[in-house]
Design a protein around this ligand. Structure first.
Ligand SMILES: [Zn+2]
Ligand SMILES: [Zn+2]
Length: 135
């Protein structure tokens, strides 16, 4: 388990109980929409409002503790920021899965070809996962 208090402080954020609660749900789930997160966080903090949740999420996004995953025709998902990776999105069960990409290698190749310096990735492939293919 991650030390959420330390992670929050490293990102210049106050380690409030609610933020720790949000991060622990996010670590369990991997990728989560704000609606799902809200229904889960309500179990531990019944009085939390959606506006407060948004405020906390916004602060953690701004300080790059969280990243946003935009998915076409689906809800935006959030995850705890980690190394640059891409996502696979299943159009049937709507699950998001991490996909490792060789970001450093890609960065070097692009830098060599065009001088462009990569910063981060926001790449999602969509298709059908193996479970949904029924094989
Ligand atoms: Zn699926
Ligand atoms: Zn991910």
């Amino acid at each position: 388990m991650m030390n959420y208090e330390n992670i929050l402080r490293e990102h210049n954020l106050k380690a409030t109980n609610q933020r720790v609660g949000i991060l622990s749900i996010m670590e369990q789930k991997g990728h989560i929409s704000i609606e799902d997160l809200y229904s889960k966080i309500k179990l531990d903090f019944p009085s939390i409002s959606l506006a407060t949740l948004y405020k906390n999420m916004h602060a953690m996004l701004k300080n790059e503790l969280l990243t946003e995953i935009k998915v076409e025709n689906s809800k935006t998902h959030f995850e705890i920021a980690s190394n640059n990776h891409a996502h696979l999105y299943c159009e049937k069960c709507r699950e998001l899965v991490d996909l490792d990409i060789e970001f450093k290698k890609l960065n070097n190749e692009i830098l060599k070809d065009s001088g462009f310096l990569l910063n981060k990735t926001n790449l999602t492939f969509s298709g059908i996962c193996i479970a949904c293919q029924g094989v």
